[in-house]
Design a protein. Structure first.
Length: 141
């Protein structure tokens, strides 16, 4: 994790982790995310922290499930906003599906990410792959 102090604004914290997508990846993602949140000068309220962890888990698990690697998780905090970025080797963006609890096939994750985030952006990279970035406000709602 690194701290960068911008001369014209609040401190910016960021962390970046390369992920394998293999068994145990989600446990490591949760550990990295919790450590990042706990390391902040103003740790978010418990309810907000749970929502942030849910957004991170959904973005990473969707990348691992639907796209080839390599996978990278980056967290960047600037004041009251946290940018959660997940990069993968896939070329197509997320496709929302209707939630279907009876079929057990999911369909809830992308909707949750959009509901819990202030903003979600998908950027395709010229070489290959994409990055999905969710912006979450760290103040209690």
């Amino acid at each position: 994790m690194q701290r960068v102090h911008e001369p014209s604004g609040p401190p910016v914290r960021s962390g970046r982790w390369h992920l394998t997508g293999l068994k145990g990846t989600m446990g490591l993602v949760r550990e990295h995310a919790r450590a990042f949140l706990d390391d902040g000068t103003d740790a978010p309220a418990a309810t907000v922290a749970r929502e942030v962890l849910l957004v991170i888990a959904e973005l990473v698990s969707n990348a691992v499930r639907h796209a080839p690697g390599p996978y990278v998780l980056q967290l960047s905090q600037d004041g009251a906003r946290l940018l959660i970025s997940v990069s993968d080797g896939g070329t197509s963006g997320p496709v929302p599906r209707p939630p279907d609890p009876s079929a057990g096939g999911g369909g809830f994750g992308w909707h949750l990410v959009q509901r819990l985030s202030e903003r979600v952006d998908v950027v395709a990279h010229a070489e290959s792959g994409k990055t999905v970035t969710a912006t979450v406000v760290l103040l209690a709602r």
